[in-house]
Design a protein around this ligand. Structure first.
Ligand SMILES: NC(=O)c1ccc[n+]([C@@H]2O[C@H](COP(=O)([O-])OP(=O)(O)OC[C@H]3O[C@@H](n4cnc5c(N)ncnc54)[C@H](OP(=O)(O)O)[C@@H]3O)[C@@H](O)[C@H]2O)c1
Length: 321
């Protein structure tokens, strides 16, 4: 019984999202997992059953980040977690642009931070997912200390979250992630996934416009999971003060055209289907930063990780041997 009481607890907020599900899977694959696992969900957009079936150790709680409703039940039934990974967000920039109030109330996790600060133990690490879209996009290979100038509501809300967390939380790791790509989740998410979307449009044999002047460092989802598992492990084993800000991207700076070319190459689609156009020629209803490629040397140095190349990640995503 004493052992059970002493067990460490990990909570994934937004466990039904794209990253959240991959992360739960990553935690569940650890042999003799030395901690209890729980996650939160919000709407019913993703069926819970397949997730709970695949990861029977995980306990689910309904929480609304806008109000904090549900955190008291987590405290009562699961207890105070030692690590919280916040993967919840309104993560589609266009949705944030059309409802800025909703974007701020979900993406700036005040209710989560207040809940964490209410713990007497004070020994919780918050790992928070931020974005490369805090950068303006006017140069290449941004470093963590570069100026942040978000150009859209999504980026502004994520930057406000970073400021809240770094001011209030004694221990945190903020991960500025690039586009996350990889296989579909256990319980499929409703939003379109980047590689799968490119694959499906090119497979129809129709020409499609891709931007030649928008650059990102897409990160393979399982690499991001490794980063989070490694931070969790470090916190649980060392418990040393942590106030970390990391760019998390893949090793390659690619344009949208190059992203599509890799898919076409592996699938054998004609490269002539990919029409290079300027991002300025299309109105997407939201400003999008041009070049937010990131320097990831701090990530590599700090966690000793070797992120997967973009092409290798595409191969893995498409299931090509
Ligand atoms: N995907 C990317 O390419 C990318 C790139 C850079 C950064 N990021 C960041 O990485 C994180 C994970 O992204 P993702 O793509 O995995 O997100 P996602 O698939 O859109 O998942 C969002 C999660 O947030 C939850 N959520 C939404 N509204 C909520 C509310 N009011 N209260 C509580 N939970 C709520 C959803 O729960 P329900 O589904 O149960 O409603 C879902 O679990 C986010 O912070 C995102 O900004 C993502």
């Amino acid at each position: 019984m004493a052992g059970a009481l002493n067990r460490r607890k990990v909570l994934v907020v937004g466990g039904t999202g794209y990253l959240g599900q991959h992360l739960l899977q990553g935690f569940s694959e650890i042999e003799d997992i030395p901690y209890d696992l729980a996650f939160t969900h919000h709407s019913n957009s993703v069926p819970l059953h397949p997730l709970l079936h695949a990861i029977p150790r995980a306990v689910a709680f309904q929480v609304d980040l806008r109000t904090g409703d549900g955190f008291d039940v987590v405290s009562q039934k699961f207890g105070h977690p030692h690590v919280v990974v916040n993967c919840a967000a309104i993560s589609v920039p266009r949705a944030c642009e059309s409802d800025p109030d909703a974007a701020m109330s979900v993406n700036v996790p005040s209710s989560l931070v207040d809940w964490l600060l209410s713990f007497r133990e004070g020994n919780t690490l918050l790992i928070h997912l931020s974005t490369d879209q805090v950068y303006e996009g006017v140069k290449s290979f941004y470093k963590e200390e570069d100026e942040t100038v978000p150009v859209n509501v999504y980026g502004k809300s994520k930057l406000a979250a970073e400021q809240l967390i770094s001011e209030k939380c004694p221990n945190f790791a903020i991960l500025r992630s690039s586009i996350i790509f990889g296989p579909q989740t256990i319980s499929p998410v409703p939003k379109s996934l980047p590689i799968q979307w490119i694959d499906s449009v090119l497979s129809k044999g129709d020409e499609m416009n891709f931007f030649y002047d928008e650059f990102r460092c897409p990160v393979y989802v399982k690499d991001l999971v490794i980063v989070i598992l490694s931070l969790t492990q470090r916190w649980l084993s060392e418990g040393k003060k942590m106030q970390l800000l990391l760019n998390v991207g893949g090793p390659d700076r690619v344009s949208r055209v190059q992203m599509a070319e890799a898919v076409a190459d592996f699938r054998g689609y004609s490269p002539s289907l990919i029409k290079p156009v300027s991002a300025s020629s299309v109105d997407r209803g939201v400003s999008s930063p041009a070049d937010i490629s990131m320097d990831i040397s701090k990530l590599v140095r700090t966690l000793n990780v070797v992120p997967t190349s973009y092409k290798e990640g595409v191969k893995l995503t498409l299931g090509i041997p």
